[in-house]
Ligand binder design. Structure first.
Ligand code: GRF
Length: 205
């Protein structure tokens, strides 16, 4: 059994897909779940609480140094027993860089989802970056988090085509549909202890 913390900043559709999968037993062996936001207006907080009955916590970044934020985060992780032997932290639209200390402490226990085929188009507005670059294929990536932004060993990726008629909205929507699927799959692989590492490569056993 794992204890899961989902970190969000906004609408939380990936979070909802994960919570829905837990509710429908598409993800099993999860004991405690907590949703943590760094903004009090993150829409996902209401979804977690009202739709899924999942406890939520808010750590406002305003007025906190990065270190102070991380200490508060660690306190909450401790409270829900999301620890370094049975914990998993999923970043789901969490618009903040976690401190090196936490990333190292939870090495290979923090996942992120990004709306591009990494290592292409890291950072903000990945879908617009793909359109601007004129690529014909984009997609999404679930990866382990390391100390660099949108970096770290890649677990799963899914391609989507880019059509001539696409704009940022239509492409984002197509990618998001795949995000919801591969995040769930990657979490299951993690929980099933199916992910093995060799350097930067992740092998699925
Ligand atoms: C997703 O596109 C995710 O890949 C990126 O931020 C967006 C969050 O969307 N990191 P949501 O809050 O999960 O709906």
């Amino acid at each position: 059994m794992i204890n899961l913390a989902i970190l969000i900043s906004g609408r939380g559709s990936n979070m909802a897909a994960i919570l829905n999968a837990i509710e429908n037993k598409q993800i099993t062996n999860v004991d405690k779940v907590v949703v943590i936001a760094n903004r009090s207006d993150a829409v996902g907080l209401q979804i977690a609480k009202n739709l899924y009955g999942v406890p939520t916590e808010i750590i406002l970044k305003k007025n906190l140094t990065n270190e102070e934020f991380d200490i508060k985060l660690l306190d909450i992780l401790k409270l829900y027993n999301v620890n370094t032997s049975n914990g998993l932290i999923c970043l789901a639209g969490f618009m903040q860089i976690l401190g090196e200390f936490i990333v190292n402490m939870y090495a290979h226990r923090i996942l992120n989802i990004h709306p591009s085929l990494l290592p292409s188009f890291k950072g903000l507005n990945a879908q617009k970056q793909a359109l601007d670059a004129g690529v014909k294929i984009s997609g999404c990536t679930v990866h382990f988090v390391d100390t660099a932004v949108d970096n770290g060993p890649i677990i799963l990726q899914k391609c989507v085509p880019i059509f001539d008629s696409d704009n940022e909205t239509s492409l984002s929507k197509r990618i998001l549909g795949e995000e919801h699927k591969i995040y769930k799959d990657a979490i299951n692989l993690f929980i099933g202890n199916k992910l093995k590492f060799k350097g930067n490569r992740v092998f699925i056993s």
